[in-house]
Design a protein around this ligand. Sequence first.
Ligand code: NDP
Ligand code: X2W
Length: 389
Amino acid sequence: MSVAAFSSICFNRAHCSNKELIKQHNVKSHIKCSIKSGITSTLQNNVRVGVLGASGYTGSEIIRLLANHPHFGVALMTADRKAGQAISSVFPHLVTQDLPDLIAIKDADFSDVDAVFCCLPHGTTQEIIKGLPEHLKIVDLSADFRLRDVSEYEEWYGQPHRAPDLQKEAIYGLTEVLREEIKNARLVANPGCYPTSIQLPLVPLIKANLIQTSNIIVDAKSGVSGAGRSAKENLLFTEVTEGMNSYGVTRHRHAPEIEQGLADAAGSKVTISFTPHLIPMSRGMQSTIYVEMAPGVRIEDLYHQLQQSYENEEFVVLLENGVIPRTHSVKGSNYCLINVFPDRIPGRAIIISVIDNLVKGASGQALQNLNLIMGFPENLGLHYLPLFP
Ligand SMILES: NC(=O)C1=CN([C@@H]2O[C@H](COP(=O)(O)OP(=O)(O)OC[C@H]3O[C@@H](n4cnc5c(N)ncnc54)[C@H](OP(=O)(O)O)[C@@H]3O)[C@@H](O)[C@H]2O)C=CC1
Ligand SMILES: CC(=O)N[C@@H](CCC(=O)OP(=O)(O)O)C(=O)O
């Protein structure tokens, strides 16, 4: 999307009620206005959604987004250690929502549920999804079904794949790239946050043969919510604040996921240098990507290609020439902002891509995907302006 279109869509969305959107798309639904009443009775909507792992960061983010969705209502929410609690005691920011209590997955009755967001740790997810009833549409936010090659999963995740048959039917959920396949999927493997921020700018450039695939270097940084809500020593305030650290150097498990997507775009194997960093902010992610342009290609060609590829996309925005994408400019929203700059070394370019790891990097993209699967416009429930600063 262009910058002008980005500003006008943000303005129009902010002034467009759910009712108007439904009129536009000619779909019936019961709606309560959460802004007027302060309470949303989500069960009156017509697609009944389960959130597995609702007591985690991505699960609660799904619930926040669904509060503005005209058709999806939360019918069921699960937790592990927090099963039995009210969601408002785990997440007081959700107190205004009329939601069911958290239950254990083993106690969940899915007979009246149409679709689930699976927001569970990788490694636990394959067994759980294997046990779900066949009628459910599933968007899995974990990494358990992202790698098509089961042996590659086993190598990078250090454990056997427990549902290789299901792996065959999983569709990778990078919405802007695989939209048509996602529409017909039963199980979508939602991409990781780093892979989303990296593939969105690189895939169109690789498909157009504008950059060399042998020399891609990615320096990426994530806010701490990327690591989930469970307590870990390296995530203590004292460990994270006033400093930053690289991790997973040369062996982060997102490398094969990114390489799988880039290889699909290139039609041949791609290997990248990828180093993630943990930085002291709660949400947000920046990927700074160093590439070598193909012979004869100029920086304007990269810019033009990205402009063309994303001019009709609502959530991927190429900034004006020279404007630097900032994580502040996407916080709380489903946008990915990108730009491309000439390096001082001739023939090289620097691409900067920012997302909110919990929205476009997880729950927002998951909602885009479930909208597609259920036949709705993919932007429903996603009209949040970035929370600046
Ligand atoms: N955070 C991010 O930015 C992103 C995360 N992801 C992926 O999404 C998934 C969820 O991440 P996130 O929300 O951050 O994680 P959290 O740690 O914040 O939440 C995990 C959730 O899963 C539940 N849970 C944990 N273990 C089990 C189990 N054995 N059986 C059933 N439920 C269990 C937890 O319940 P309880 O609270 O009761 O223990 C909690 O509800 C992960 O696979 C993650 O890698 C993907 C993209 C980005
Ligand atoms: C800061 C931090 O720890 N981030 C996580 C990535 C979050 C994510 O996308 O994880 P999944 O692939 O499991 O979905 C990590 O590096 O493992």
